[in-house]
Design a protein around this ligand. Structure first.
Ligand code: PMP
Length: 456
């Protein structure tokens, strides 16, 4: 019939671009537009890549009629693949981390597929991680294919073909900046590459949650420690090869609280029924674009309906300390302000003898290592001791080979109660504000800060 689509996949894309008016502060000089990817048929930007991933597997001969799609997903790519599975008659198994919202798991089950839930708080290499379990299921299931959205070039390519040109047409080429959360990085890498080819002055800015290691890898080339956070769909505990760091001009950090409060504002004040990573992207865009006059497009990847039991549930928000009225233990900024000592750093070409002298003189057990502005990592007394005992380091050799990346990074706005999670896993937290390194925090600093608050 004229005007009818052959199937639901024809409804993917051509999502609205909507000006944000009321969440933008009065002194904001630029313009901010939201790309409503949550209006895609399965409810997210995942629809842009699902058909391309399946086409690729069919073309390579890995996927045969009646075969099974297997994917490790935070939920959205799964739902998008479920549409393709329905249209083309495939089975599917989705493997999700346990932080995925109950709404996402229920939606995947509604499409009639098996959903396997795995622990989030384990390393990606751990056999219990959702990535490892998905690999195992794909190996053990006859006719199954693992789509590997985090490493499949078909993912950014789909955004290069659809999201990029669509944004170019919708904005008439007037946009200056594209901002979005980084999950697989496919959206920004693909759409960003297309837009830069059309207009090289366009900037692409990624938003990464505090807890993810993507920010440090892109900015400093260092693989640091990831730690748990609540916002879904963005941030990683490994580096996806679908993320092309060359396309990114900058990465800004946001924490869970900022993401969720902004998400609620977007729904209530703009009428944009979007999810947590949309709030992350808008909060990040406002931070980055403050004081600039640029026209920014922000990606709003999925819908609020997937987070009714979380971001839009006051009990959940309060339990996690995300509501404004909660009394908190303060922030990293307050901890740093109460400290007497200035930041002490080392250089990677310092000798071990010199650094030990510095540690002794200042009574510190770890130092950040910086060469000019370039962060190299940290050196802790435990590592110094281990290397001296094993004979792998000598007092007069440089510290470069034993600098370590066993730290996490936080911002001055990170709450103290979150630091506890961070320091459970990492030796230290580095406080980073844009390009500046403001401090290093170890467990004893948090204990000292809390003790001073109690006795103050
Ligand atoms: N937000 C949400 C909610 C998502 O599901 C995703 C992708 N799974 C993203 C953001 C990030 O998109 P990309 O993977 O293209 O970086």
């Amino acid at each position: 019939m004229k005007g009818g689509l052959d199937n639901i996949l024809g409804a993917v894309g051509r999502t609205a671009l909507v000006r944000l008016q009321r969440v933008v502060p009065g002194d904001f000089q630029g313009e901010l537009y939201g790309k409503c990817e949550f209006l895609n048929p399965s409810g997210s930007s995942g629809d842009r890549i699902a058909e391309a991933l399946v086409d690729d597997a069919e073309r390579q001969g890995a996927l045969k009629p009646g075969g099974t799609l297997v994917e490790a997903t935070s939920g959205n790519t799964g739902a998008a693949l479920a549409l393709v599975a329905a249209v083309r008659g495939y089975g599917a198994v989705f493997v999700v981390p346990d932080k995925a919202s109950p709404e996402k798991v229920a939606a995947l089950r509604a499409f009639g597929h098996r959903v396997v839930v795995c622990p989030s708080a384990v390393e990606p290499s751990d056999p219990r991680s959702h990535h490892a379990v998905a690999r195992k299921i794909a190996e053990d299931t006859p006719g199954a294919v693992l789509l590997r959205q985090h490493h499949n070039p078909a993912n950014p390519e789909a955004h290069y073909r659809t999201t990029g040109p669509e944004l170019w047409d919708q904005t008439g080429g007037e946009l200056d900046v594209l901002v979005g959360g980084l999950g697989t990085g496919g959206t920004l890498s693909g759409a960003g590459r297309y837009l830069k080819e059309r207009k090289p002055s366009i900037k692409v800015v990624g938003v990464d949650p505090v807890g993810s290691l993507v920010h440090d890898f892109v900015k400093h080339g260092l693989l640091t420690r990831a730690f748990p956070y609540k916002v879904e769909g963005i941030g990683e505990d490994f580096f996806p090869s679908t993320l092309d760091a060359k396309v990114l001009d900058d990465v800004v950090r946001v924490d869970d609280r900022e993401c969720f409060l902004m998400t609620r504002e977007l729904v209530r004040r703009e009428g944009l029924f979007c999810g947590g990573s949309a709030g992350a992207a808008v909060a990040g865009a406002l931070k980055w674009a403050r004081g600039r006059k640029e026209k920014c497009v922000v990606l709003l990847p999925d819908g609020a309906g997937r987070y009714l039991s979380k971001v839009f549930n006051d009990d959940w928000m309060r339990e996690n300390g995300f509501l404004a009225e909660d009394k908190t233990l303060g922030t990293v900024r307050e901890l740093l302000a109460g400290r007497a000592q200035n930041l002490v750093t080392a250089r990677s070409d310092d000798t071990l003898r010199h650094v030990i002298g510095t540690m002794k003189a200042h009574g510190i057990s770890q130092v950040p290592v910086l060469d000019g502005d370039q962060l190299r990592g940290i050196l802790s007394e435990v590592t110094v001791l281990r290397n001296l005992v094993s004979g792998e380091a000598h007092l007069d050799s440089t510290i470069a080979p034993i600098v370590e990346t066993d730290y996490a990074t936080v911002t001055p706005d990170t709450r103290i109660d979150l630091l506890q999670n961070v320091l459970a896993d990492a030796k230290a937290a580095l406080v980073i504000d844009g390009p500046a390194l403001l401090g290093i925090i170890a467990k004893i600093d948090v204990i000292d800060y809390l003790a001073r608050r109690v006795t103050a």
